[in-house]
Design a protein around this ligand. Sequence first.
Ligand code: ATP
Ligand code: MN
Length: 336
Amino acid sequence: MSAAGPCTVGATCTRGVPTIGATRWKGGNVSDSDSNLETAARGRVGAAIVPPAGISHAARVVYPDRGISKGEVAAYYAAVARWMLPELANRPLSLLRCPDGVGSACFFQKHHTQALGRHVQAIALREKGGVVDDYLYVRDLAGLLELVQMNALEFHPWGAQVDRPDAPDRLVFDLDPAPGVPWPAVVAAAREIRARLRGFGLRSFVRTSGGKGLHVVLPIRRGPDWATAKRFCAVLARALVAWHPQQYIATASKSRRQGLIFIDWLRNTRGATSVCNWSLRARAGAPVAMPLRWEELGRVQGGAAFDLRKALKRAAALQRDPWEGIATLQQVLPEL
Ligand code: ATP
Ligand code: MN
């Protein structure tokens, strides 16, 4: 139980905010020793869903095609938080909020407002035009659940942490297949990027996007600025295109993409985001962006292979983080 607040899952919350204290992320492993959290994680007691404390309108349907309610979404995030928070916490975030559920209007939000909740943090960041504004981030499950209470469905962190927003530590190669590109070609592209990075002595990690594609994530030791990081990604993406012009494209031009996989390296820039591991997507079927071990990739059927239910099962069964080791890797970005 945290000293920060009196509220526990399932209990009446005297200050109107849930604190599921034992899950606070301190930059290392997330402790999940709180039995209240486990109740929340299960999400159901008997036939009734028990949403985490602080979640209102829990019965409201968010995914009409699956009949998944806001309470179930909140229970989902409580259940996967142990695995999700290490890549979510302490990074500026964009949210996709869907107050009326999937299929109705959703909107992106990156700025902090007081209304988001007591555990949602603000960080003053310089915008493109030079103006400084408050961005938002969370440190722990309590913050994550406050965002869910505000109808956030998707979570999109920066590839940098709030203490050094100008020093990226996660670079992303986002593989976007054009319609009709067979899934095995996307898998092959991800493996090729992995192999090329290995050629530089670099370890990379893979996730399904919860949509059409895969993301290959390269963790780096903080130091190089965004421009340097982006340049590295550009060189690698263009080399891949040079080797396989019939398969890949590395320019944003939509018209030339037919039959090809777009290797989107352009998002490795200050302020850009990619979807967080374990984030739901606001799309039909309640798909999830899922981190994988490379050895698992061959058994995955598509970018939306994991939905909320499969992700819950996986979270409960996992012994180890599929991306184990990423937090302690200190890989130096090569100079190209
Ligand atoms: P898919 O596999 O379907 O492409 P994706 O998550 O990779 O799923 P993209 O459209 O390729 O979706 O975008 C890549 C990333 O860029 C997203 O994960 C998201 O973080 C960010 N992004 C995309 N569109 C927006 C937007 N309108 N506002 C803010 N961020 C966005
Ligand atoms: Mn994509």
